[in-house]
Design a protein around this ligand. Structure first.
Ligand code: ZN
Length: 282
């Protein structure tokens, strides 16, 4: 899609340049129509509300999977320089979607299914619009310490669990809008809803760590907390899953290996299903 966009962009530039120079070319209907269509090529909407589901999942809760970064935002670059965070997050998100659809216990939506740039608010709007039961944002970490490795899961909190979590949230919040006004009745009600959203998100993070333990390389204290804008705005239980460290040689090898990724995807799928089922029983 990027290529088509670039070609369409060139066609627009050429036509605009000719128009500016007062050159009007009458080269017959065919090329006129081609110029017209190249001017009106639709760039796909940045966020889609397409729902993926097997027929047996009709009416089941919707889980929104968010592949972090994309388009002009590559995210972290791997230690070998050969892979970018935005590519790995999309591979993991697609694999997780396919696994969940295959298992048929939930329906799935994705904030992006290609190399698109989205703002954090674009991303968080999808679970709100679809009244989703859960939002999982997938990322891959990077750290100055080349030995840091393993996956971690972050749930929303006003106070970060540690300095690294605070730094990570600041980095991921870079293009966020300002938060809602405080001190009004609306904001107090929103605050109550936020407390329950935070506690449900923390429960899910605990469940995910439980499912992943022993099957996926995890960091020490893998459940961490920080004030992530995208989680706050999702209006549903939400976590940010960091699949490992692109700054670590072993994690890069592991993350580029589809078989290793599939273990991670299975743990995520099982935790999501268990959590959605537990909450729908309450
Ligand atoms: Zn990221």
């Amino acid at each position: 899609m990027r290529k088509q966009g670039a070609i369409a962009g060139m066609a627009v530039t050429v036509v605009a340049a000719m128009a500016a120079a007062g050159i009007f070319v009458f080269a017959g209907r065919g090329s006129d129509a081609a110029a017209q269509s190249s001017l009106t090529v639709n760039v796909p909407p940045p966020v889609n509300d397409r729902i993926y589901a097997s027929p047996i999942a009709r009416g089941r809760p919707i889980v929104v999977i968010d592949a972090g970064h994309g388009g002009r935002d590559p995210g972290a670059i791997s230690v070998s320089g050969q892979v970018r965070e935005k590519e790995l997050t999309l591979s993991l998100a697609r694999a997780l979607r396919d696994e969940l659809v295959k298992r048929g216990r939930v329906r799935v939506a994705m904030t992006r299914d290609q190399d698109d740039y989205l703002t954090l608010d674009d991303r968080a709007a999808v679970p709100r619009r679809l009244n989703a039961a859960m939002f999982v944002s997938i990322h891959v970490d990077s750290a100055p310490n080349p030995l840091a490795r393993g996956a971690s899961v972050y749930s929303l909190s006003d106070v970060a669990s540690d300095a690294e979590a605070a730094r990570l949230a600041a980095r991921e919040n870079a293009d966020a809008d300002r938060g809602p006004r405080s001190g009004t009745v609306d904001s107090m009600l929103a605050d109550l809803a936020m407390r329950s959203q935070m506690s449900a998100s923390a429960d899910f993070a605990t469940r995910l760590v439980g499912k992943a333990a022993g099957r996926v390389e995890l960091r020490p204290n893998p459940h961490r907390f920080a004030a992530f804008h995208v989680l706050r705005r999702a209006d549903t239980p939400a976590v940010l899953f960091e699949a490992g460290y692109l700054s670590n040689v072993d994690d890069e090898v592991m993350l580029r290996e589809p078989v290793a990724r599939s273990k991670m995807v299975l743990a995520l799928a099982q935790a999501i299903e268990a959590d959605v089922a537990a909450r729908s029983r309450r």
